[in-house]
Design a binder for this molecule. Structure first.
Ligand SMILES: [Zn+2]
Length: 433
């Protein structure tokens, strides 16, 4: 049962055959969406169409697909310390789209290469895996590795154009173009030792030092009157810190959490990361104390109540867990993951009214996000043919098509022919849609 909540935060979708998995989390998605919104306006992307996806991978990487879907890796999110730098990363990636590099790229690449791209490609990181230079050296320096790199990655010119366009986007968006300097400095820290051993003429990919110098030059020529009036607010900076801390607390082992947030660090973010890490390692009592302290000093933060709900649930305190999630929801607008978590605990407790409320919460969560776990909870709540339909949807989203069809067939046998669930089951059987 404790496993469920790991699953809840890190909802592993196998996304259209990509090799990496995505993370759904309301808190992290919320702040990232806010941070990229000015860039969407500057890039003339219609309101609400630029989506940020979080890829669960320790690589320092990001990329854009289809012009409106930005994929940011947890390895980059946890390393990048300023939201301005994150905005620069996204601006650079949008620069590839605006520069038309994606079209040329897809012509060059077969489907298999597209698959590899999610793991390896785009320009932002050479391959800073855990910052260990020896890991990357073989791939970059070996001839095979170089060939692969030059086919998969953007060219040197394309990277420079994307940087130029990215800086321009940052300025059009009234953001802080120094974010580019932050991100290249961060990359140099990760790849510096590696890059110093590489001959720049044998790789297609521009070195970080070269890009840093180029961007510095660009920024030098910005109008001295320029003011980044849309730069992240103090509140957004705090929220970004907390989102980073959350990812670190959930995804990294306790010793790594300790290194990034040592006990001497008394910041709210550090306390948050440590409380989550304690929960993850099963130290629930300490996790609860830490979380209660966070709530006492930040009573308006919905996500601290979310964490308390997770911990109380794992302690078996359903009433306290439900109270904490209800409080959390009362402080947020749309929070499909929290709605799903609450629905899950309600299906465990089963007091009068709990199941009705759980179904209502799942339906609301599914309106904002069709997540497999929500269907799974919904299946627990229903006790008729609709349960089989919900299981069919769950397996469909998990790309387990045989099971999806099996449950869809069962659902059809039990459901009235004019019910929406019957029709949806039919859809799953007909086209996997
Ligand atoms: Zn690039």
């Amino acid at each position: 049962m404790r496993k469920i909540f790991v699953f809840l935060l890190c909802l592993f979708l196998s996304c259209n055959g990509y090799a990496a998995s995505l993370i759904n989390d309301t808190e992290v998605e919320q702040i990232l969406s806010e941070l990229v919104a000015p860039l969407a306006v500057a890039a003339k992307i219609p309101d609400g169409r630029l989506n940020v996806h979080i890829v669960n991978s320790d690589d320092f990487n990001a990329f854009v697909m289809g012009g409106e879907d930005v994929y940011v890796y947890t390895g980059l999110l946890t390393q990048i310390k300023s939201p301005d730098a994150l905005q620069a990363v996204v601006a650079h990636e949008l620069g590839h789209t605006l520069g038309g590099h994606m079209a040329q790229m897809s012509q060059r690449m077969s489907a298999e290469m597209t698959r590899a791209m999610i793991i390896q490609a785009l320009g932002i990181g050479l391959m800073a895996i855990g910052g260990d230079p020896s890991l990357g050296a073989g791939v970059l320096a070996g001839s095979g590795g170089v060939a692969q790199q030059s086919m998969l990655a953007f060219t040197r010119d394309e990277e420079r154009i994307a940087d130029d366009m990215g800086v321009k986007l940052m300025i059009d968006a009234k953001l802080n173009p120094d974010g580019f300097i932050d991100v290249f400095n961060q990359m140099s820290n990760l790849t510096g030792a590696l890059e110093s051993r590489i001959n720049p003429n044998i790789i297609n990919h521009p070195l970080t030092s070269e890009r840093l110098a180029h961007v510095r030059e660009k920024i030098k020529h910005i109008d001295s009157e320029y003011k980044p009036t849309n730069a992240p607010t103090t509140e957004q900076r705090t929220e970004y810190e907390l989102a980073r801390a959350k990812l670190v607390g959930y995804l990294y082992n306790p010793s790594r959490v300790e290194t990034m947030y040592p006990k001497s660090d008394k910041s709210v973010a550090a306390q948050y990361a440590r409380a989550i890490a304690r929960m993850q390692s099963g130290n629930l009592d300490d996790a609860r104390v830490g979380t209660s302290n966070l709530i006492a000093s930040n009573p308006e933060n919905p996500y601290f109540y979310e964490l308390l709900g997770d911990i109380e649930y794992q302690l078996g305190h359903y009433d306290d867990s439900i109270d904490a999630y209800e409080k959390s929801l009362s402080l947020t607008n749309t929070a499909p993951q929290i709605e799903t978590a609450l629905a899950l605990v309600l299906t465990e407790r089963r007091k009068p009214g709990d199941i009705t409320r759980a179904i209502e919460l799942c339906k609301r969560a599914l309106l904002s996000e069709p997540a497999p776990l929500t269907y799974w909870v919904l299946a627990r709540a229903y006790d008729d043919g609709r349960a089989d339909w919900a299981r069919a949807e769950y397996y469909h989203l998990m790309h387990q098509d045989d099971k999806a069809r099996e449950y869809a067939r069962r659902a059809k046998q039990a459901l009235p022919h004019d019910s929406p669930e019957y029709i949806k089951s039919n859809d799953i059987l007909n086209n996997g849609q």
